[in-house]
Design a protein around this ligand. Structure first.
Ligand code: PLP
Length: 388
């Protein structure tokens, strides 16, 4: 069965060129980049190049990049560091729609005596900036808002939010795991102190991430031990993956325009055709500024999991808005924060495209999905009742 992969916000295919770039660093050039000898030095010159490539994509300087194991580690490091460098401040601000890598950590910190404010969003998923301005005070150590939401693709005004944090003496971190490689980012013209990214969201392998830390920002490492990453992240470098991330960032820069034209056009086409063909459907976050590759569509009176299973039988991979990782059928915290009615939240499906997505794949979804939704609605007494 041919796979139609429309779940790129979950993870992406490793680009062939990225794979080629990293391959020699397993069995041939396997030296430790921190070693003094020539063999390790060869690896180090490639990881140095990779650091520059990552920095270039962000408009940053290479020494502002710290390699980590994943987006989650970068998020955890940034928040923990801010709390350590500003010990007199005991307040954390984040949003209700963050990824668990931020949200769970912030909630856990309440047990350590921190005050946590989770800023809400409106019906389109837009951050409530008035609530944020009221919440921030001279006790706030760190503000952490995601750049773009993984479920809806809604983009937050992080630059404006960072300026407000700075004016209040707080540090500002953004989880840009879904934004990097999809929309232009220029840290040189920004007030953001720290930014997290993850390789496997932009065609590098899983298990590599990075944390941008602005030059001059006080910082405390999460991982201590060796002197790798200038003592900012101990642990022998995952050299092959670092080299892969560098290549992936270089390619993301080259494809940035296509992402915002070609990929965006495919995503818009998918939305338009599905809304035209399927009654009682709506875009979660429609009307808000969104990532070019992401659409979350609510189909009323059906279960998202049922849609996914039937799509999966056809080789079509998407994701449910109600990611029931815990086995519960609770709709996602993101859709709940947006006030999406239960009947819509339960039937929400996220399609996330990439530069590999073809027109034929989009057409296949447009062809198959209306019949799937109609069939499921017919099978459900609830659906039949409402759609009478
Ligand atoms: N933040 C966001 C917005 C994400 O979408 C993800 C992954 O889905 C993460 C953080 C975690 O990244 P990683 O899987 O690299 O730990």
């Amino acid at each position: 069965m041919q796979v139609i992969y429309l779940d790129n916000n979950a993870t992406t295919k490793v680009d062939e060129a990225v794979f080629e770039e990293m391959k020699p660093y397993f069995c041939e050039l396997y030296g430790n980049p921190s070693s003094m000898h020539y063999f390790g030095g060869q690896v180090q010159s490639k990881t140095t190049e990779a650091r520059k490539r990552v920095a270039d994509l962000l408009g940053a300087s290479p020494d502002e990049i710290i390699f980590t194991a994943c987006g989650t580690e970068s998020d955890n490091t940034a928040i923990r560091s801010a709390l350590e460098v500003l010990p007199d401040r005991r307040h954390i601000i984040t949003s209700r729609v963050e990824h668990p890598a931020v949200l769970t950590q912030c909630r856990n910190l309440t047990a350590k005596g921190y005050r946590v404010t989770e800023i809400g969003v409106d019906g389109a998923g837009r951050l409530d900036m008035d609530e944020y301005k009221k919440a921030i005070d001279d006790d706030t150590a760190i503000v952490s808002f995601m750049w773009a939401n993984n479920e809806t693709g809604v983009i937050f005004p992080v630059e404006e939010a960072a300026a407000i944090a700075k004016a209040n003496g707080a540090l500002f971190h953004t989880d840009a795991v879904q934004a990097v490689g999809k929309i232009p980012i220029n840290m040189a013209a920004s007030k953001i102190d720290m930014l997290s990214l993850s390789g496997h969201k932009l065609h590098a392998p899983k298990g590599i991430g990075a944390l941008y830390v602005r030059k001059g920002t006080p910082f405390r490492p999460l991982m201590v031990g060796g002197h790798q990453e200038k003592s900012r992240r101990a642990g022998t470098e995952n050299a092959a993956a670092i080299i892969a991330l560098g290549k992936a960032c270089q390619l993301a820069g080259q494809f940035m325009e296509a992402e915002n034209t070609t990929v965006k056009a495919k995503c818009n086409h998918l939305e338009k055709e599905l809304l035209a063909a399927i009654p009682h459907a709506r875009i979660n976050g429609g009307g808000a500024d969104r990532l070019p590759n992401t659409t979350s569509i609510a189909f009323e009176f059906v279960e998202g999991e049922a849609i996914l299973l039937l799509l999966s039988e056809l080789g079509i991979c998407a994701s449910s808005g109600s990611a029931c990782t815990s086995g519960s059928l609770e709709p996602s915290h993101v859709l709940r924060a947006m006030g999406v009615p239960f009947t819509c939240a339960h039937g929400s499906i996220r399609f996330s495209l990439s530069r590999y997505t073809t027109d034929a794949e989009i057409d296949a979804v447009i062809k198959e999905l209306p019949a799937i939704i109609a069939r499921l609605r017919q099978m459900s007494p609830f659906g039949r009742e409402f759609l009478k």
